[in-house]
Design a protein around this ligand. Structure first.
Ligand code: NAD
Length: 481
C-alpha cells in the first residue's frame, strides 16, 4: 500500500508519530493508499522550515521566483494524464473533467501568478509642494493555506501560487479526503528547484493539522477554502491574533431563468451548472428559478435530459457524473432528499443511490436529482447540500425572484438568463453575491475578484486581489521641501 509523505523543508518525510489515515477510492469504496495523520509537531517543523526560508525567498528577485513557478507549471503539464488520473481516482470525478478542468487550471494558476507578479506594482501619491508617499508592498512571512476536496489541486494551487509569487513561505494543508495530487505536487516542486522551506505540505485531519496551523502565532495569514462552519472555527481562533484572513466558504447559488432567455443555451448550461463534478462545486446553481410562462416547458425538458445523464465509473469516457467523494457525504446528500420529501417536495428525477456492477459495486454513486414543490424558505432551499441535487421553482416577478434568491445566509454566486439587457444589469446590481454570470456559468478570468458576500466568505481571491492579500502595505512619506 502506498504511503503518502509530508513535504517539509524541501524533502519528503513521514509523519513524526508514524500514524496514517486510510485514503479511499470513492469509485470502488476501497482503501487504496495511506495519508500521514500528522499532528502539531509536524506543523511546527513545517513552520520552522518556512521561517528559515523566508528571508532569502522574500528577497529573491521577482524574475527568479517567477521562473521557478513557470517550471512548476510546465512540469505539471508534462504529467497531465498522470495528474488527471490521480485526481479522478482520489475524488471520484470523471477523468475527462479532471483532464479538462482541474489539472489545466492548476497549471494556469502557477503560470498566471508567475507572470502577474512581474506586473505587480504599488501606488505613489504626490502631495503638491509637500512631498511624496509611496506604498511598499512586502510579503507577510509564513502563511497557511487550507483547501477542500471538491477541486483538490485547482483550489490548493489557487492559494499557494499567489502566496509564493508574492515572496511568502507557505505551510499548506490539502483536504485529507483528496490528498494525492498535493503529494504529487511536492515531487514537482523538488524537481523544479523550489528552495527548501518555501512550500511545505502537511497532510492530515482538519482538527489536528488545520487547527495547529490556525493557532500558530508565527503563521501571519490564513487563506482558507471550505465550509462556512469551519471558516467560523478558524476565524474564532485566528482573529484574536489579528491574522490576516481570506475565507472562501459555502454557497446556495440561485440560477434565475427569465422567459425571454435563449432557451437552448439556458437549458444545456443549467444541466452543467447543476451537476458538474456531481454538483460538488461551490459555484453550482442549486436553486433554479424559472419564470412562469416557460416553467413547464423548461422543467419537462430539463428533467428529460437529466434523466438520460449517465452515472458511471470515472474512467468511463461517457460518464456525465462519477462518484460522490465519500460515503458520509453521499449519506448527507441522500438525507437532504429525504428531508425535501418531508418538506413537501416531489422528486421529478433521481433521488436514489446508484449501484454499479463488479469492482464498482461499493462506490458512492447517485442519480442527479431534481425536486419541485418546495417553498423558498424551507431547509432544503436554505442549506448547502453540495451534491447532485437541485430544486426548481416558478416565479412571476423580478421582485419576487430577487427576494427568494437573496433569502439565504449565503452570497457566493448567481446566474441570470435573460435577453433583456436593462433587466440583466439591474438584477446583477441587486443580487447579494460576489459573482454574477449573465447568460453563462463558470466562465473564469483569473484577473477578476473571486469570492462571496454574506456567509460565503471574507475577502477576495484572484489577480491583484490575491497579491494584495499576501502582502502588507506600508506607506512611506518623503518630505520634499
Ligand atoms: P471543510 O470545511 O470540511 O474542509 C476544508 C478544509 O478545512 C479541509 O482541508 C479540512 O481538513 C480543513 N479543516 C477542517 N476542520 C478544520 C479546523 N477545525 N481547522 C482548520 N482546518 C480545518 O470543507 P470540505 O467539506 O472539504 O469542502 C466543502 C465546502 O467547501 C463546501 O461548503 C463548499 O461550498 C466549500 N467550498 C467553497 C469554495 C469557495 O470558493 N467559496 C470553493 C470550494 C468549496
Amino acid at each position: 500500500m502506498m504511503h503518502l509523505q509530508n513535504y517539509i523543508d524541501g524533502v519528503m518525510v513521514a509523519p513524526n508519530e508514524g500514524a496514517y489515515i486510510d485514503n479511499i477510492d470513492p469509485s470502488r469504496g476501497t482503501v487504496y493508499s495511506l495519508i500521514p495523520d500528522s499532528d502539531k509537531t509536524d506543523v511546527d517543523q513545517a513552520v520552522a522550515a518556512a521561517e528559515k526560508a523566508f528571508p532569502k525567498w522574500s528577497n529573491t528577485p521577482v524574475d527568479e521566483r517567477s521562473a521557478i513557478m513557470v517550471r512548476i507549471a510546465n512540469l505539471i503539464e508534462s504529467r497531465m494524464d498522470e495528474f488527471a488520473a490521480a485526481e479522478s481516482l482520489d475524488n471520484g470525478k470523471p477523468v475527462s473533467l479532471a483532464s479538462h478542468v482541474d489539472i489545466p487550471r492548476a497549471v494556469s494558476n502557477f503560470r498566471f501568478f508567475a507572470t502577474a507578479i512581474l506586473h505587480f506594482a504599488s501606488e505613489s501619491h504626490y502631495m503638491e509642494g509637500v512631498g511624496i508617499n509611496y506604498t511598499l508592498r512586502r510579503p507577510i512571512g509564513v502563511v497557511g493555506c487550507i483547501s477542500p476536496w471538491n477541486l483538490p489541486l485547482y483550489l490548493f494551487t489557487w492559494k499557494i501560487a499567489p502566496a509564493i509569487a508574492a515572496g511568502n513561505c507557505v505551510v499548506a494543508k490539502p483536504s485529507e479526503i483528496t490528498p494525492m495530487t498535493a503529494y504529487l505536487l511536492s515531487e514537482i516542486c523538488i524537481e523544479a528547484g523550489l528552495p527548501a522551506g518555501v512550500l511545505n505540505i502537511v497532510h492530515g485531519l482538519g482538527h489536528k493539522v488545520g487547527d495547529a496551523l490556525s493557532r500558530d502565532p508565527k503563521v501571519k495569514a490564513i487563506s482558507f477554502t471550505g465550509g462556512t462552519k469551519t471558516g467560523e472555527t478558524i476565524a474564532r481562533i485566528a482573529a484574536p491574533m489579528f491574522k490576516k484572513l481570506s475565507l472562501e466558504l459555502g454557497g446556495k447559488n440561485p440560477n434565475i431563468i427569465f422567459a425571454d432567455c435563449d432557451f437552448k443555451k439556458a437549458l444545456s448550461t443549467t444541466i452543467r451548472s447543476s451537476f458538474a463534478n456531481q454538483g460538488q462545486i461551490c459555484l453550482c446553481g442549486s436553486r433554479i428559478f424559472v419564470e412562469r410562462p416557460i416553467y413547464e416547458k423548461f422543467r419537462d425538458e430539463f428533467v428529460k435530459r437529466v434523466a438520460e445523464s449517465k452515472v458511471s465509473y470515472p474512467t468511463d469516457p461517457e460518464a456525465k457524473l462519477g462518484a460522490l467523494v465519500s460515503k458520509p457525504h453521499l449519506e448527507k446528500v441522500l438525507s437532504y432528499v429525504a428531508l425535501a420529501k418531508e418538506e413537501g417536495g416531489t422528486v421529478l428525477t433521481g433521488g436514489e443511490q446508484v449501484f454499479l456492477d463488479g469492482e464498482y459495486s461499493e462506490g458512492y454513486y447517485m442519480r442527479p436529482t431534481i425536486i419541485e414543490g418546495l417553498t423558498y424558505d424551507c431547509r432544503t432551499n436554505q442549506e448547502e447540500i453540495f451534491g447532485p441535487v437541485v430544486t426548481i421553482t416558478p416565479f412571476d416577478t423580478e421582485e419576487e425572484v430577487l427576494m427568494m434568491a437573496n433569502s439565504t445566509q449565503y452570497g457566493l454566486s448567481a446566474t441570470l438568463w435573460t435577453e433583456n439587457l436593462t433587466r440583466a444589469h439591474r438584477m446583477a446590481d441587486l443580487l447579494h453575491t460576489g459573482i454574477v454570470w449573465i447568460n453563462a456559468w463558470l466562465v473564469r478570468d483569473l484577473r477578476t475578484p473571486f469570492g462571496g458576500a454574506k456567509n460565503s466568505g471574507v475577502g477576495r481571491e484572484g489577480g491583484f486581489e490575491a497579491l494584495h492579500f499576501f502582502t502588507e502595505p506600508k506607506n512611506v512619506f518623503v518630505q520634499l521641501s
